[in-house]
Ligand binder design. Structure first.
Ligand code: FES
Length: 96
């Protein structure tokens, strides 16, 4: 049995995407149409800043440092390229 996680984009016309646990989010959001844009994919450019609702592990220190700079007052802010998919996610793009 495979566990599928639903990645949805509330407030947009983009359809939800179903991914397996721990699949690479940035890769799949690029292949399938999504509102999230990516640059470096290594957590340093900030292009993929999003707000995420869902059960995922907390940011690693490097990601947290970026988030403290880019979205200091948003505890749901994440870098989409650094997310480990461990459950259903609702993603909203944060414009800088
Ligand atoms: S794509 Fe550069 S930080 Fe995520």
């Amino acid at each position: 049995m495979s566990d599928l996680c639903k990645i949805s984009f509330p407030g947009t016309d983009y359809p939800p995407i179903n991914l397996q646990l721990h699949q690479n989010l940035s890769e799949h959001l690029t292949i399938q149409n999504s509102p999230v844009l990516f640059g470096c994919r290594t957590g340093i450019c900030g292009t993929c800043l999003v707000e995420v609702i869902g059960k995922i592990p907390p940011p690693q220190p490097d990601e947290q440092e970026m988030l403290d700079t880019l979205a200091p007052n948003n505890c749901n802010a994440r870098l989409a390229c650094q997310i480990d998919i461990t459950g259903n996610l609702e993603i909203r793009v944060l414009r800088q």
